[in-house]
Design a protein around this ligand. Structure first.
Ligand SMILES: Cc1cc2nc3c(=O)[nH]c(=O)nc-3n(C[C@H](O)[C@H](O)[C@H](O)COP(=O)(O)OP(=O)(O)OC[C@H]3O[C@@H](n4cnc5c(N)ncnc54)[C@H](O)[C@@H]3O)c2cc1C
Length: 566
């Protein structure tokens, strides 16, 4: 263990490294518990991947689910997780998560500006005993970033593709109104409210100040930290630990003013966003089908994990179903040479009339399953890329990736090599280099399934989440409709990591463990720096942010010597 006796530049109770959901929750809770806290962030902005995420936080049996009229029971959540995760391990930490979830959310909602609401309808991603249709997925309430004044510029913006008019956030349920503003008075009112606020914002700010999803969550955490005057050092990266005997007592941080040695009396928290862009860890544990990019910001380079492993002998736990969680993403090359990434999360894959094929023209998965399970299907089939296929009826009605419903701007997307069009199936197959006979047979079979409503190969439309993301107006199966009206279209997707699941081995209070499974005193990890309690499975919406925040809360409570349940 590194050990030096040089003087300290700063002394706090809790030193938190990384300002995403995990780190900010640990810092905020530490401050709420009366600890002196310093939060160090490597980039010039808070938020990390959290900022660009959907911001859904999966925590079972909270008081918010009761408030939303969809009460949930811990026993049900426990049964559900037992069913999903099975004997893959991590039981004790999963119990700790369930034990503290309600208290952590209550504490944040009651004593800070972190305001969340439970969705009455946002189903778990898998069916099984104890699964829930609503109540577990919590969403951050819209945040008015004008409250932050100049600090607004310190919030990492969402992905460009998730903002309209160059900087306006739009929620999933607002999109239909904005796409058809004149369809009803309600649509017109919604559109005018959102767009007029946006144009007013742009007189003063570089983007809209109405923050939603992950940006709202980060805005609320950041605002709460600012209100408590919790110091945040930007452009300040962890580079080393300071140890005394076998305990971590601080860290070395590189700042714009040079190196700073910080003493942390109660502990150092690693929350640097997991494996993400770290080349070595990716090479070591990611499947061959996965190539960069990562969806994490460039500042997430695996620093927390690498430092803990290399300098302190911490254990990197990769005993998972999958070392990371994935989303199928399509890529648009822009005129300036950069690339936009569109993650196909929920708007298109489950809608009736879409199918996905490999180069042989054959389907390989239930396309309506969660984005992670879709990609696991790719990986199992040895596919590093696949094609989403649909006809012109589908494109008009639902859109496809960057093509929004209404199908405008197709020529531009075709020219950019994003969207492929064929006058018939054979023509499309030739243009994308897919086996034409294979694709023809696959579509014929798919169309037969659409008639009977039964997908005999992959059971598309069988699960609650399949049907939830399908189109309930389509019968007999909301996820199946014939692919028959030319021209036909294709978009290429590749699996891209959205979060790590392999991470540092930790105990129930998120203290990091060494190779002998002994605690490294004074060192905590949360968020994607900590090994996932779901062991590479993806139980429901928000299952990375939920544990990130609950363990961030437990860490600060443990450091403050407080119980884990309120
Ligand atoms: C499109 C998309 C949608 C998603 N939607 C959801 C969702 O709805 N619900 C959900 O649960 N998950 C979702 N995820 C995943 C989720 O965003 C991440 O799992 C989560 O944000 C990780 O949080 P974190 O605190 O571990 O890391 P991050 O939020 O990535 O924060 C890490 C921070 O650490 C900083 N850092 C890195 N190295 C250092 C260093 N050496 N010193 C100091 N600071 C450092 C980084 O700059 C960064 O700011 C989504 C992901 C994507 C890509």
């Amino acid at each position: 263990m590194p050990n030096t006796h040089r003087p300290f530049d700063e002394e706090v109770d809790l030193l938190v490294i990384g300002a995403g959901a995990g780190g900010m929750t640990a810092a905020l809770t530490g401050s709420m518990e009366g600890l002196s806290v310093l939060l160090c962030e490597k980039s010039s902005m808070v938020g990390g991947t959290t900022s660009t995420s959907g911001g859904t936080v999966w925590v079972p049996a909270t008081s918010l689910s009761e408030k939303a009229g969809v009460p949930d029971r811990l026993e049900d959540a426990e049964r559900f997780l037992q069913h999903v995760v099975g004997n893959r391990g991590g039981d004790e930490r999963r119990r700790a998560f369930l034990e503290s979830g309600r208290s952590a959310i209550d504490a944040l909602v009651s004593h800070s500006d972190v305001q969340l609401v439970a969705a009455a309808a946002h189903p778990d991603y898998l069916d099984g005993p104890g699964s829930a249709y609503g109540g577990r997925a919590l969403a951050a309430v819209e945040f008015d970033a004008r409250l932050l004044g100049e600090d607004f510029a310190r919030i990492r913006p969402p992905r460009d593709v998730f903002m309209g008019l160059g900087g306006m956030m739009v929620g999933r349920y607002e999109l239909p109104a904005l796409l058809k503003p004149f369809a009803s008075m309600g649509n017109l009112r919604t559109t005018l409210r959102i767009v007029s606020r946006y144009f007013a914002d742009r007189l003063k700010y570089s983007r809209g100040t109405r923050l939603l999803m992950g940006n709202a969550l980060v805005g609320r955490l950041f605002y709460s930290l600012r209100k408590r005057n919790t110091p945040i050092w930007f452009e300040s990266a962890l580079t080393d630990f300071i140890c005394e005997e076998n305990r971590v007592i601080g860290a070395v941080v590189t700042t714009p003013d040079g190196e700073r040695r910080i003493k942390a009396r109660r502990g150092v928290v690693l929350a640097t966003g997991g494996v993400a862009w770290n080349r070595k860890l990716r090479d070591d544990v990611f499947p061959a089908e996965i190539a960069p990019p990562s969806q994490a910001p460039a500042s997430n380079t695996g620093d927390g994990i690498m430092a803990a492993v290399e300098k302190l002998g911490a254990k990197f736990d990769n005993g998972h179903d999958s070392p990371a969680l994935w989303m199928p993403c399509s890529f648009l090359k822009k005129a300036d040479g950069t690339e936009s990434i569109w993650p196909h999360i929920l708007l298109d894959r489950a809608k009736p009339g879409l199918l996905a094929v490999g180069q042989d023209g054959r389907r390989f998965v239930n396309e309506a399953d969660s984005y992670h399970d879709f990609c696991m299907g790719m990986i199992r089939s040895g596919l590093s890329e696949a094609w989403l296929i649909a006809d012109s009826t589908f494109l008009q009605k639902y859109g496809l990736g960057l093509v929004l419903p209404g199908a405008r701007g197709l020529a531009r997307l075709r020219r950019a090599g994003y969207l492929f069009e064929g006058r018939d199936v054979q023509d499309l197959a030739r243009r994308i280099g897919v086996d034409a006979d294979g694709l023809g047979e696959t579509i014929a079979r798919y169309n037969a399934y659409a008639k009977t409503g039964k997908d005999l190969e992959f059971d598309r439309g069988h699960s609650v989440v399949n049907r939830f993301n399908g189109d309930e107006t389509v019968k007999p199966n909301p996820c199946l409709a014939p692919v028959e009206k030319g021209p036909f279209y294709a978009v290429k997707v590749k699996p891209v990591d959205l979060a790590g699941s392999a991470g540092l081995a930790c105990d129930v209070n998120s203290i990091v463990l060494n190779e002998k499974d002994e605690p490294i005193e004074g060192l905590y990890a949360c968020g994607n720096d900590a090994t996932s309690i779901f062991r590479g499975t993806y139980p429901g919406p928000g299952t990375t942010l939920g544990p990130a925040m609950v363990f961030g809360w437990r860490i600060a409570r443990h450091a403050a010597g407080k119980p884990m349940v309120l």
